[in-house]
Design a protein. Structure first.
Length: 195
């Protein structure tokens, strides 16, 4: 089943809080722009950005129930911090409820919070657009935007490190996959000072 972006916009407006809906619109805009800058399909990136938080309106117990039933629990941390499951659960629901079968889009929705090894450029764009959309405000965001425009891989490394530092500063649990993905990008990147 094919939905237009206008139809998807109406669907997510009904599913999400007003703030989350506005966030999704901003992520879509940034994702489309990043896709153009990096010679990718801006329409696919825009639509994926609209859908990236499809499951964000679900409660922790609802996310856990769906993840349990469909075999998405891969680490004990998933049960401790069920909100981290909104990506994979969202990808599952987008496939089931909207009939979207584009594997690149589904992977980008599934992996936009923790990242993954061997991410596609679309996955990287959605991960980064989620971090640098204009509604975000944190001290290192301008540097992350600058790095992302230059290189998606450098942006991923810096974005992951920013997330990990934030979790440490806030006393939050860090999912081991974020550390694994950060180490993977560290090996891939030649880190450059300045932007």
């Amino acid at each position: 089943m094919n939905y237009s972006d206008e139809e998807i916009t109406r669907i997510i407006q009904k599913r999400l809080s007003a703030n989350r809906y506005q966030h999704s619109l901003r992520v879509a805009e940034v994702a489309g722009r990043l896709a153009e800058q990096h010679q990718m399909d801006p329409g696919q990136a825009y639509t994926t950005g609209l859908l990236h938080d499809y499951a964000k309106g679900l409660s922790g117990p609802e996310l856990l129930d769906l993840a349990e039933v469909h075999g998405m629990i891969v680490h004990p941390v998933d049960r401790l911090v069920p909100d981290l499951l909104h990506g994979p659960v969202g990808a599952y629901l987008v496939r089931q409820e909207l009939g979207i079968e584009d594997e690149d889009m589904l992977a980008a929705i599934a992996n936009h919070t923790l990242g993954a090894l061997e991410m596609s450029p679309l996955e990287e764009i959605i991960f980064l657009a989620d971090m640098i959309e204009p509604g975000r405000d944190y001290p290192t965001m301008e540097r992350l935007k600058c790095l992302t425009e230059r290189s998606l891989q450098e942006g991923m490394l810096y974005g992951l490190e920013t997330t990990i530092r934030y979790c440490i500063d806030q006393g939050r649990i860090i999912h081991p996959r974020s550390v694994e993905v950060r180490n993977h990008y560290l090996q891939k990147c030649t880190y450059l000072d300045g932007c």
